[in-house]
Design a protein around this ligand. Structure first.
Ligand code: CTP
Length: 390
């Protein structure tokens, strides 16, 4: 049985493609953060769901699919957007938009490239957007993330041709905003999936994929040919009209999401699972985690095994840590520098004079002190003791 991989296949157009493939006799591997709603699947026995987080893409988790000779279709339909002024996007949101919409997709294409240059047929479709072809005020980063895909696919298709491959990547670029004709398909959002709306589009995508095409803009002759002509004739004027249209559509969401900054400090000698759990839990409760590493352990009357520079380097390399630096003597001094919203610490510090004091002084500044359960069974002191005994 032929098999296909649909990234973002749990809802919207990804789900539509999944259903159309199942109808064609395919077994589909749905890679998505969410489990698909089986109610919308044409055959519950013809798919398998695998969890994937494009914010933390691990390509090795796709190796069984890349190596599976039965897999001959890859469809990528994952991404998200927000209509807002450039100024109101946070730095974190810009990073996420580019990571999910561009970087992860490009890395997946690169990972499967071996399959594309091989002799057998291997078909790839990527949901891009008309926003990647025109200026997109109020969609700026989204548009940029899609433009990156548009030009990447255009270039890679030439490379495929020049190295003698007959396989091509199909770019599918419908309108993100509204054409008036195509129903506004929220092909990324889970909640607005209307399987009947996406069904027709999915069927058309597969038709273009079969024909080895490189670009499919739904309703091109009817709508988008003239849209693109208008854009090329006067990009700025086109942009102004688009800006006004979006402003009046009520879709602009400019409220800034508050970034929660977290802070914690520690010695992190002989880095262990207790440290890792603390950092992981802390990152789950904030957007940006700052860690202060103590220069030594003299405040505990102890000596460290590992030098300050190495401990700092280890903590800095941990994926939950956004910024690591030398700690200040008191965490309250670091607040003066970072104005963090949350202070994290293991529960072994609860009720200590130091933390009772922080609860008072930092509490007045609106800082929340979060105590996490101390991980039993391991500590730097224990490890130091074992090492010293040996
Ligand atoms: N921590 C934890 N669980 C552990 C060890 C440490 O939650 N098993 C937390 C501490 O509560 C602290 C942070 O990790 O908030 C950094 O502590 P650190 O002093 O580096 O770790 P310890 O292993 O407790 O060090 P020592 O044994 O030298 O006191």
């Amino acid at each position: 049985m032929k098999e296909a991989v649909v990234i973002g296949g749990s809802n919207g157009i990804g789900l539509g493609i999944t259903n159309s493939l199942i109808e064609k006799g395919y077994y589909v591997h749905i890679l998505d953060m969410q489990v698909p709603d089986e109610e919308y699947l044409v055959d519950k026995t013809k798919y398998r769901h695998q969890y994937i987080d494009l914010m933390e893409l691990r390509l090795s988790e796709l190796s069984h699919l890349k190596q599976n000779p039965s897999v001959d279709i890859l469809a990528i339909a994952a991404g998200f957007d927000r209509v807002a002024h450039f100024a109101s996007l946070s730095s974190k949101e810009i990073e996420s938009l580019l990571q999910v919409n561009s970087l992860a997709t490009i890395q997946i294409l690169h990972y499967f490239y071996d399959r594309m240059v091989a002799e057998e047929s291997f078909k790839t479709a990527v949901m891009v957007s008309i926003a990647g072809h025109i200026s997109s005020p109020l969609f700026s980063v989204y548009g940029a993330s899609k433009a990156a895909l548009h030009y990447l696919i255009e270039s890679v298709n030439v490379e495929l041709e020049m190295v003698g491959s007959t396989n091509r990547i199909l770019e599918v670029s419908p309108d993100e905003v509204s054409s008036g004709k195509i129903p506004r398909i929220r092909y990324y959002g889970a909640s607005h999936t209307d399987i009947h709306l996406v069904y027709k589009l999915a069927q058309e995508i597969l038709k273009h994929l079969e024909q080895n095409e490189t670009l499919f803009i739904p309703e091109f002759e009817e709508v988008y040919q003239s849209v693109l002509e208008r854009y090329h004739a006067d990009p700025a004027q086109f942009g102004r009209e688009s800006y006004r249209y979006l402003q009046s559509s009520g879709r602009v969401l400019d409220e800034k999401k508050k970034i929660v900054v977290g802070y914690l400090s520690g010695t992190f000698d002989l880095f262990h699972i207790g440290h890792l759990k603390l950092l992981k839990r802390a990152k789950q409760q904030c957007d940006y985690l700052i860690v202060g590493v103590h220069a030594d352990a003299s405040h505990k009357g102890k000596e460290t095994f590992i030098s300050f520079e190495e401990r700092l380097e280890i903590v800095r390399a941990c994926k939950y840590v956004d910024h690591a630096t030398q700690s200040t003597k008191e965490d309250s001094e670091s607040w003066e520098k970072f104005h963090f919203d949350k202070l994290f610490v293991g529960s072994d510090y609860k009720g200590t004079e130091r933390f009772n004091h922080y609860e008072k002084v930092l509490g007045e500044k609106g800082v929340e002190i979060v105590y996490f359960p101390y991980t039993k069974g391991t500590s730097s002191s224990q490890l130091r003791e074992i090492l010293t005994r040996k």
